[in-house]
Unconditional design. Structure first.
Length: 79
């Protein structure tokens, strides 16, 4: 299982801000990214997507999305 959660660091311990599905004493790996850094990375990705999408019209984008959905469904049904 891989999941992105938020947590607060208090008294030397990370406290999740929402319920997590982890067994008691289960070992996990935690990657620490501050909320500000995560938001900056996310904003850069969205900006890049917008720049690339501006090169195509809506019909071209929709046709590509439909084609990719079809491929995924075909792959899923093949397995």
């Amino acid at each position: 299982m891989q999941r992105l959660i938020t947590a607060v660091f208090e008294n030397g311990v990370f406290r999740p801000t929402q319920d997590v599905e982890v067994r008691e004493h289960e070992e996990v790996t935690i990657k620490i990214v501050s909320h500000d850094e995560w938001q900056k990375r996310f904003d850069r990705i969205i900006e890049k997507i917008h720049r690339k999408a501006a090169l195509y019209n809506a019909n071209e984008i929709e046709a590509d999305i439909i084609a990719e959905i079809k491929k995924v469904r075909e792959d899923k049904n093949a397995h």
